[in-house]
Design a protein around this ligand. Structure first.
Ligand code: FES
Ligand code: FES
Length: 152
């Protein structure tokens, strides 16, 4: 089947089989590898994207469900060469180690700050509970969220 969707503001089309995930189509067909594939079962959040403005694990969404809808991936957040403020805050706070979780966290934090501009630690913990990081111990990630909130 063929689907047509908006990805990072651009109209895109993709041929796929009915059981293919949105994550697979983003990475393999549309050549947007920013969303990471770590578990493929909704456990880690490394594949987080916005689907019509709602945070989803793209590994759990059928690509066919995105037909006619709008997707924003981590690649769609930066403004050309200029990092998105959340990306810059992750860099400045030293919240990136191996970086595998980072794209999903950046999308999730962007989503959090759009609804909660100055989140407390409990709100951050709740919002990021679906995003696993195996490296940082989360302290620097919390610093990055607070830094991004301060700069908004
Ligand atoms: S790859 Fe989607 S939640 Fe882990
Ligand atoms: S920085 Fe390595 S998993 Fe988070």
């Amino acid at each position: 089947m063929r689907i047509s969707l908006t990805v990072n503001g651009a109209r895109r089309e993709a041929d796929l089989w009915g059981g293919e995930s949105l994550l697979a189509v983003l990475r393999d067909t549309l050549e947007l590898p920013g969303s990471k594939n770590a578990c493929e079962q909704g456990e880690c959040g490394s594949c987080s994207v916005l689907l019509d403005g709602e945070l989803v694990c793209s590994c759990l969404v059928l690509a066919a469900q995105a037909d006619g809808h709008a997707v924003v991936t981590v690649e769609g957040l930066a403004d050309g060469e200029e990092l998105h403020p959340v990306q810059q805050a992750f860099v400045d706070a030293g919240a990136v180690q191996c970086g595998f979780c980072t794209p999903g966290l950046v999308v999730a934090v962007t989503d959090l700050l759009s609804s909660t501009p100055d989140p407390g630690d409990d709100e951050i913990r709740e919002a990021l509970s679906g995003n696993l990081c195996r490296c940082t111990g989360y302290a620097k990630i919390f610093d990055a969220v607070h830094l991004a909130a301060e700069r908004r």
